[in-house]
Structure formats: C-alpha cells, structure tokens
Design a protein around this ligand. Structure first.
Ligand SMILES: Nc1ncnc2c1ncn2[C@@H]1O[C@H](COP(=O)(O)OP(=O)(O)OP(=O)(O)O)[C@@H](O)[C@H]1O
Ligand SMILES: [Mg+2]
Length: 336
C-alpha cells in the first residue's frame, strides 16, 4: 500500500546536557509516518519514546536540544520542511503544532486547564488554527465533542474538566488534539491512566477517527497488547535507538531482535496459568548517560554471540525496511 509519507524522521539526535554530563536521550532515530497508518512505538521506560514525540513538536524540555538529524514534514514535495531546523517559537512551528500535528497526552489534564470549561478550551484551540467566528468555533467544538463520543455535547461543553470521568476527560483530550484538524496525531500512552474497559473504548475511538480522517498515527505504548490491536508497523526502541522495525504481524510471528523477543516474553499470555509469574526482562535499563559500549543491549542480552556485541555498534535498521540492529540477526542473514 503506497500511502503518502506524512513525516520522515532521519537520524534524530537529542541531548540533555547538565553538570553531571551529557545524556544522549535519542541517538540516531529514524522512521516514517504514513497517512492512514499507525506506527506503534514500544520500549521500556526511559528509552526515548516521549522525547521523540516532544522533539517532533519542538517542545523538548530544557536543557534538551536537537543535536542532529532531520524531521521532514511532507517529504519529497515542494512543501517539504525540516522541523528540526525551525525555531520552536516561530510562527511556522506554532502552525505545525496542533494544526498539522496533534498531541494526545497520557494524562489529559496535561492539555487541559482546571480554570476553564472544556468548551472554552476547545473553542480556543479551534480558533488558534482557523479564522472562524466565535459562533462557528462553538459549533465546531460541539461537533468535535460529538465525534469523540461525548454524550449530550451541547450540555457537556459547559462542564469543567474535573466534572468529567477519566474516560470522558481523555475524550476531551482527543477533541483538543483534533481541534486544528491535524493529519498527523501523536498519542503518548493515551490509555495508560485508564481502566481496561475505558482503555478498550478509547483505542476503538482512535481507530475509528484515524480511519475516518486518514490520520498518520504515532502511538506510543509500553504495552505489546496495545501494539497488537492498533499498529500497522512497529518500531521497538532501546536507549534512544530503534532496534527493530517491522510490520506488526512480523514482530509477533518472527521477532528479530533479542530485546523484542524479551518484551514479548514479558507479555502475560492468555494461555498462562492463573497466578503464573510474569517473565520480566533481566536487569534494569542502563541510564542513557552511561550507555554500554557496543550494542547497548548486550549486558542484558541472553543471545550474545561474542565480543563483537560488547565492542562494536550494530548497524542501524535501514529506514523504511524491516530489520533489526543486532549482530546475531546480521549473522543469521549472512548465513541464509
Ligand atoms: N527533562 C529532562 N532532563 C534530563 N533528561 C531527560 C529529560 N527528559 C528526558 N530525559 C532523558 O531522556 C531519556 C528518555 O526519556 P523519555 O521520557 O523519552 O522516556 P520514555 O521512553 O518516554 O519513558 P516512559 O515509558 O517512562 O514514559 C530519559 O531516560 C532521561 O535520561
Ligand atoms: Mg514517556
């Protein structure tokens, strides 16, 4: 399926510098987002998922800064623009933020204020990105609330966020993200704070909106179950790098990176006997400030093939192609 590439990330590098030293939070991340498709980004805490999302929107917290790479919006077209080269405060970047790329947070209150009604906040967001009257913006806000499945939107528009349940608040968060009619949506753990039933409803909502609006969705999660349900392609991240990229069926049927295999083993199986202990990945994620030599996963890897894993960096996954950044996988490929 040749869907339009909406955003191409190439060799993105982000550092946090402090007196304690330099933390390479992202160390050469590449992937593409396509219209109408979902890229699932998965990995343990601290691997750089949120920094990737925040970099794309140019809202990385200080002292973080982009030190290399490109983020091409509309790549290969006359409108192509490198978000990595824009001033985060520029008019262009403010148009992109919300207008071309929407962000859904884990905790909807991050995007919402306690002081204003949900209606006022959505109306404000609509008016930021289109030149419409107050009346039109209000109608659009009601329509958005209806689209995200909020019952009685004409009444609910006057509610304050704290008057709504967690599930309804996340629906409002999604309405906020869609207010500027973006064609790319980044959802950073959008259901982690919700109970399972509400989680399923919100994921179904995201799937429906994506299909209706042909959105390029980047879905961040640490949950392989969410990946299985939502993603078309998967990027597995470890310590600021993409270590495996593949179509979703391939990731589950034939994972190529030992880290991906370990993540899959850590998923509770529906076949597991009740109370069976979950297999967890041995060892903790090292701090990105003290990255192991060679393949950064080698200290935890049960499938190391030798000194090469400790000494050399495996080649990165070629962007747009399925593959794993792993010497064992390279050896297997050469043998085949
Ligand atoms: N504000 C900050 N100051 C310093 N370092 C930071 C900051 N934000 C992130 N980092 C560094 O970047 C790394 C990646 O962080 P990030 O928030 O992207 O992880 P994540 O994959 O989203 O994890 P989680 O699953 O816990 O949300 C962290 O391990 C941390 O070292
Ligand atoms: Mg995060």
């Amino acid at each position: 399926m040749a869907e339009r590439t909406a955003l191409a990330i190439r060799d993105l590098a982000v550092q946090f510098e402090s007196e304690q030293g330099v933390v390479r939070a992202l160390d050469g991340v590449s992937f593409d987002l396509h219209a109408g498709r979902t890229l699932g980004i998965v990995g343990e805490s601290g691997c750089g998922k949120s920094v990737t999302a925040r970099s794309i929107l140019r809202i990385v917290d200080r002292p973080g800064r982009i030190t290399g790479g490109h983020m091409l919006l509309d790549p290969g077209t006359p409108q192509e623009v490198d978000l990595a080269a824009l001033d985060p405060e520029s008019k262009r970047m403010r148009e992109v933020r919300g207008g071309r790329i929407g962000l859904i947070f884990q905790e909807p209150m991050t995007a919402l204020s306690v002081h204003y009604t949900v209606g006022n906040q959505i109306i404000e967001a609509v008016r930021q990105h289109s030149d419409v009257s107050k009346e039109e913006a209000r109608n659009r806000a009601i329509e958005l609330l209806r689209e995200v499945g909020i019952p009685r939107p004409e009444t609910r528009i006057s509610a304050y966020p704290f008057e709504l349940s967690g599930g309804l608040r996340q629906r409002v968060g999604i309405a906020m993200a869609l207010a500027g009619d973006p064609e790319i949506v980044i959802a950073d753990e959008p259901t982690t704070a919700l109970d399972v039933t509400t989680q399923a409803q919100i994921l179904a909502l995201l799937r429906r909106l994506q299909a209706e609006k042909n959105i390029a969705l980047m879905l961040i999660t640490h949950d392989m179950g969410v990946i299985a349900e939502m993603a078309d392609e998967v990027a597995v991240m470890y310590l600021g790098r993409v270590v495996e990229f593949a179509p979703v069926q391939q990731v589950f049927a034939a994972p190529r990176h030992p880290y991906t295999r370990a993540l899959l083993r850590a998923v509770p199986s529906i076949l597991a006997t009740p109370r069976q202990r979950l297999s967890t990945i041995g060892g903790a994620v090292p701090h990105p400030g003290s990255r192991p030599t060679g393949c950064a996963y080698h200290p935890r890897c049960s499938e190391r093939i030798g000194a090469i894993c400790m000494e050399q960096r495996p080649r990165p996954v070629p962007s747009g192609e399925a593959g794993a950044s792993c010497f064992k996988d390279e050896a297997r490929e050469q043998a085949a």
